[in-house]
Write a protein that binds this ligand. Structure first.
Ligand SMILES: Nc1ncnc2c1ncn2[C@@H]1O[C@H](COP(=O)(O)OP(=O)(O)OP(=O)(O)O)[C@@H](O)[C@H]1O
Ligand SMILES: [Mg+2]
Length: 112
């Protein structure tokens, strides 16, 4: 299992979720975050305005089977890309285990 954390523009959420739906995924968590990337406070455009420093972003988190990771990453990348600075970033990390609280299932079974 891997955790895919995609930090995206808020405006990209709908198309990212639509893309994920097509791929099929076991679940998703969306978190409001703020941050910046390598421009470090240098001007980036948000909703047509120039702003500096930390910008509002959304973090879309999905824990998926190993064999689904590439498809999910590709789908999110395509859906979130405008080609402008600040499109976001995707981090992939290992997950030791997962538990479905209702049934006690664990591991891959807790995902499907
Ligand atoms: N190394 C990092 N660690 C943690 N969060 C990061 C990192 N890089 C980017 N982020 C998060 O991702 C968001 C989007 O980053 P952003 O797209 O600006 O990355 P970038 O590397 O500056 O690329 P670009 O040049 O396309 O802007 C940031 O606002 C921040 O929340
Ligand atoms: Mg940036």
């Amino acid at each position: 299992m891997k955790k895919v954390e995609a930090i995206i523009r808020p405006s990209a959420l709908r198309s990212v979720l639509d893309g994920l739906k097509k791929v099929g995924y076991p679940g998703v968590t969306v978190v409001e975050v703020s941050g910046h990337g390598k421009q470090k406070g240098v001007t980036e455009t948000y909703r047509g305005q120039s702003v500096e420093g930390l910008l509002p972003k959304l973090m879309v988190v999905a824990v998926v089977d190993n064999d689904q990771v590439q498809e999910v990453v590709d789908t999110v990348s395509e859906a979130a890309k405008t080609g402008e600075i600040g499109d976001g970033k995707i981090f992939v990390s290992p997950v030791d285990n997962a538990y479905r609280i209702r049934t006690g299932e664990k591991g891959d079974k807790a995902l499907s």
